[in-house]
Design a protein around this ligand. Sequence first.
Ligand code: NAD
Length: 266
Amino acid sequence: MNMAGIKKSKGVNDVKGRVAIVTGGGSGIGFATTMALSSAGAKVSVADIDGVSGALAAKKAGGIFVRADLTKQDDCKRVVEETFETYQRIDILVNNAGFQHISPISDFPEAKWKEMLDLMLTAPFLLTKYSWKYMVKQRFGRIVNISSIHGLIASPYKAAYVAAKHGLNGLTKCTALEGAAYGITANSICPSYVRTPLVDKQIEGLAKANHVKKESVLQDIILKEAAIKRLIEPEEIADLVLYLCSDSTSSVTGSTWTIDLGWTAQ
Ligand code: NAD
């Protein structure tokens, strides 16, 4: 303890023994986060709609797998309940599951809009709500919402994604204010393009919507605004998640962390 009564840092990876829920933990950023947390000693509960990759990730991390379609309220509740039943705590919640759909607003399917808002905005709210009583009781919680650069700015043809991620940044701020009295922090991470299947799946849609060839989508669309001309690796995001989950970041809350290769510096 120092004079301000703040515990001396044990280092940024001090998540040993913490219990973490990672949604969408079967792939991409969620998988890298699952591995980073478990390597640092946390017990991880992987929640994913994909039974194969989700179970594999949980096995590799030595954690548990809860198969869940997080667009469904009951599944969100079950993820929290099964995690608590197994580990008797919930310290960390990483709201990460998501997907992209590219379409002009005039053609945007109404059902797709609802599905995206359900997964990327309502599920983080429900998982936060259901985890809350445990975190309050523990006087400790770390909520990390994987938002996007599209939570800060917009690109055309991504209406539902941009709306969900802007909403998620707002939810993060409310969560931070309400959690402050209980040792619960909430922060958003806003990456630009990360090397994951989510990016691979949008190449064709981006080419069609922007009238460019598939081969030039990377240079002409994806990296156009980036100062550093490369994709971000999922592990780079996972390292920041780990930092935001540590004891060292008890004063970091309500903030949005960009990892965007310099895109929004312009
Ligand atoms: P990904 O496609 O590699 O992984 C997404 C995971 O979410 C998959 O395991 C998938 O099965 C799961 N998922 C999808 N629908 C689900 C549902 N209904 N219920 C439960 N799980 C479901 O994608 P990623 O790139 O790792 O994306 C993870 C998060 O990062 C997303 O929220 C995305 O918006 C955000 N993000 C990604 C990028 C990027 O460029 N890849 C950039 C900024 C933000």
